[in-house]
Design a protein around this ligand. Structure first.
Ligand SMILES: O=P(O)(O)OC[C@H]1O[C@](O)(COP(=O)(O)O)[C@@H](O)[C@@H]1O
Length: 314
């Protein structure tokens, strides 16, 4: 993919963020998401790719736009796979909490695991701890390994985990080690990224969240030079079958960052909707709105932050 595409991709996440931001705190998850989906879908018409959504808003039957399999883009760059989440953290945005982001990952065909909509166990770390974590090890051992790799005492480390009942045992184990813990309500893509950004606020993220979000986070960490592992967590035989129907032969396999986001022909864009660990949220003034975005490319490892002022009437 051409490097020039970076700006076109980030326009799609800006559009999603600008459209969903007015719904902040209004308690309407559907309206928040819908506004972002429509805006992002429209913005794709100006992106010079011939793209296919591989991770999106769901199946064609129940999701009118950005459904899995939908063709997007009005251009020539051949065969691009797209993974999107126009609002990653609909609950977050509908409550006005931090770290609601609009995200997109784009890769040459076959870059992304076609992840079914089910749970995935995950572990994410930044560049200094690349290669030292292993999803098969107890969380205490992973924390110890990261502590050594990054040269930080365990008590000074921050480990993030989603605030869900399924994580109670893991949180107890983390507490017994004495590390600092960030228990966040939603939005594990942003928190996975927060392990690997320049001023990282988190040293390790662990826990079970959405599988599609796992693929998107892996793409982001690919660009940021961090590491990520995941394992699908089907809750019943139906979900297991669904994963197999989507082409995943070994559903229990530990998935490496390369299994989830293959190769280096990958772009990743995110725009803050509500402010958070590494992006400001959308801010409205009388006639303008500002957005804060991140656009990255795995091939070069370049990370660009873009602050944009949008004239609301134009
Ligand atoms: O809320 P659950 O079912 O535990 O799922 C966790 C997943 O949901 C999210 O918090 C996103 O939530 P939204 O559906 O509100 O956008 C992800 O970040 C996370 O991977």
């Amino acid at each position: 993919m051409d490097r020039e595409l970076a700006l076109e991709f980030v326009r799609t996440t800006e559009a999603a963020a600008l459209a969903s931001a007015p719904f902040m705190g209004r308690g309407d998850k559907e309206a928040t998401d819908n506004a972002a989906v429509v805006a992002m879908r429209n913005a794709f018409d100006n992106v010079d790719i011939s793209g296919t959504v591989v991770i999106g808003e769901g199946e064609i039957d129940d999701a009118p736009m950005l459904y899995i399999g939908e063709k997007v883009g009005g251009g020539s760059n051949p065969q691009v796979d797209i993974a999107v989440d126009p609002v990653e953290g609909t609950t977050i945005v509908s409550k006005g909490l931090p770290n609601g982001i609009a995200v997109l990952a784009a890769g040459s065909k076959g870059s992304f695991l076609h992840a079914p909509d089910m749970y995935m166990d995950k572990i994410a770390v930044g560049a200094k701890a690349k290669g030292v974590v292993d999803l098969d090890l107890p969380i205490e051992e992973n924390i110890r390994r990261v502590s050594q790799a990054i040269g930080k005492n365990i008590q000074d480390m921050t480990v993030a985990i989603l605030d869900k009942p399924r994580h109670q045992e893991r949180i107890s184990k983390m507490r017994s080690l004495g590390c600092r813990i960030k228990i966040f309500p939603d939005g594990d893509v942003a928190m996975a990224m927060a392990t690997a950004t320049e001023d990282n606020t988190v040293d390790l993220m662990t826990g079970i969240g959405g599988a599609p979000e796992g693929v998107i986070a892996a793409a982001a960490l690919k660009c940021l030079g961090g590491d990520f592992q995941g394992r699908l967590k089907p809750r019943d035989e139906d979900e297991r079958k669904r994963a197999m129907d989507m082409g995943i032969k070994d559903v229990d396999k530990k998935l490496t960052i390369d299994d989830l986001a293959k190769g280096e022909d990958i772009f990743f864009a995110a725009t803050g909707i509500t402010g958070g660990d590494f992006l400001e949220g959308v801010r409205f003034k009388q006639t303008t709105a500002s957005t804060h975005s991140l656009i990255m490319r795995a091939k070069t490892g370049t990370i660009r932050y873009i602050k944009a002022i949008h004239r609301l009437k134009k």
